[in-house]
Design a protein around this ligand. Sequence first.
Ligand SMILES: [Zn+2]
Length: 260
Amino acid sequence: MIIRQYKLFANWRKSFSKNFIYHYLSGSMAEKNLPEVENSEENLIIKLEEFLKIKNPKKINLYLYPSLTLKKKDLGGTSPGFSRFEGRKIAYVYNKKFPKVATAHEETHLLCFEWDKPSSFIEKQYIISTASFYEGLAMYTQSKFFNRYFNRYSLTARPPKGMTLSQAIKDDINNDRVPKIKDILMYEGYCKKLGNGAQLGSITEFLIEIYSLDKFRELFIKLSESNTQAKNESFFKTVYGKNIDTLDLEWRSYVVNKSD
Ligand SMILES: [Zn+2]
């Protein structure tokens, strides 16, 4: 068994495009559909670069795993996606069960480090901003550039199938089941109080769509898991001239009044 695994992982093959180094296994669906994958990844990264106002400076290593079991064995986690700042590494499961290489979320995790350096080390990885905003930005681009409707996405809980960011959270807001932004802002609250991962993407959407990406970026890079809660809360006032509770109320009414 060990010998087989060794052989398997020694067999990663490589292919290059402008922004990526693709790692795939011989005989896999990735090998077969490589031109199609390269095309869609290059198209996606152009959209993300424009949206985030950055240029990807160096090729990203994209590992295309033929199964979730292999990906779990090698990298852990239950999601088909994976990203790490170290090594500019992304992984995604690509097979009949996961027939689309959907890396908008994971690429966003890597690309946002072009805004600033990592500011904390959490869950065995470097992150920038707080966990809630680091995830929120990736959830928003995932919904914007890959799949407007949630299907399988799960962060701490699974939103109802086939709903937009707003739809997934609107009913919870109307029924008072959504924690305040300040209660999930930092890692502890994010782990304990977040009911539905769509909330993070929805808050990000609100701040970007209503107040601009530039302001969002300013907030995003000031926030850090290495700061105190009070310091992180104060940055909302610095950037938006409004405190976190006011923005929380504005976000709720934005969601409730949205037509999608
Ligand atoms: Zn993520």
